[in-house]
Design a protein around this ligand. Structure first.
Ligand code: BGC
Length: 286
């Protein structure tokens, strides 16, 4: 039986503007490179790590089909080369953060959503390090978006538990405590009313089932209620392209947790991956 729970709304999350919770040793500086691998496009840009803004041109190349490791890594090399050419000393030694729409355990893909199944159990980090010639950090796409919001966006400086959910083809999630990421949470696959949640509450499900905003909001409310009953977050951030239209559905939700739209939108994957790669390099002392 479900336990009785408080019906009081959670208090507003507290922020600490003076420090950057979670980052290895305070705020980042300098330039990073971020690459975002998606089912339809591979995007990249140089990132000003102090501000989280692009410091040069964003490049996008359609994802090759089939999206095999060989074909995708060629595109990634091409984009990294183009970005490096814009940077002083050809960007030598600058870490590259790469997002991937899959569970990534220590650089190895364990699942493959919307990309070729041959990636499963493939060491993405080793391949990308070899083809790009840069130190590489590979991260789940939603985890990168969560870190971007925590360092530069809607969850900047927020203390406690923050959940970011990207609503797109699927639902990706990032869970952070005081800005520190718990990787690969995969809460888009939470079972809600006997269904894999992302098949009912993703933006793709809204389009597929031709739902009105309020009908979709009911499904979202069900999903986020299940999530908050298990995690008790201090803040939920909603990402993905549809978060641009958050005024159409966020006001219809009735949750105990404060819920806000993401701020970085299209750039979140690139920016979060670049920040994580740089933090990783700094904490390993290289
Ligand atoms: C995958 C996640 C991914 C999300 C968004 C889900 O189907 O399981 O790994 O983060 O889609 O791309």
């Amino acid at each position: 039986m479900a336990p009785e729970t408080s019906t009081e709304p959670t208090t507003q999350p507290t922020t600490d503007a003076g420090s950057a919770p979670g980052s290895a040793a305070g705020a980042l500086t300098g330039t990073g490179i971020g690459i975002d691998i998606g089912g339809s496009g591979i995007k990249g840009a140089p990132v000003d790590l102090a501000t989280g803004e692009f410091s040069g041109e964003r490049i996008r190349i359609p994802t090759p089909q089939p999206s095999t490791p060989d074909a995708v890594s060629r595109v990634v090399k091409d984009i990294v080369d183009q970005i490096s050419a814009q940077l002083p000393e050809g960007g030598a030694g600058i870490p590259v953060g790469i997002t991937f729409p899959a569970v990534i355990q220590h650089g190895v893909a364990r699942t493959a959503a919307n990309v070729d199944k041959s990636w499963i159990d493939f060491d993405v980090a080793t391949l990308m390090t070899a083809v790009t010639g840069h130190p590489v950090h590979v991260v789940n796409d939603a985890d990168a978006a969560g870190i971007a919001e925590a360092r530069y966006g809607a969850a900047k400086g927020v203390k406690g538990v923050v959940v970011l959910a990207t609503l797109g083809t699927g639902i990706g999630t990032a869970v952070m405590v005081d800005g520190v990421l718990l990787p690969n949470t995969e809460l888009g696959h939470l079972e809600v009313d006997g269904h894999d949640a992302e098949t009912r509450a993703s933006d793709a499900a809204r389009e597929r089932d031709d739902l009105s905003w309020s009908h979709w909001a009911k499904r979202l409310n069900r999903y986020f209620s299940s999530l908050e009953a298990l995690l008790w977050p201090d803040l939920i951030v909603v990402g993905g392209g549809v978060s641009k239209k958050s005024e159409k559905f966020l006001p219809e939700l009735s949750l105990r947790t404060p819920i806000v739209p993401a701020q970085l939108l299209n750039s979140a994957g690139i920016v979060g991956a670049a920040a994580l790669a740089s933090e990783q390099q700094r904490s390993s002392g290289s």
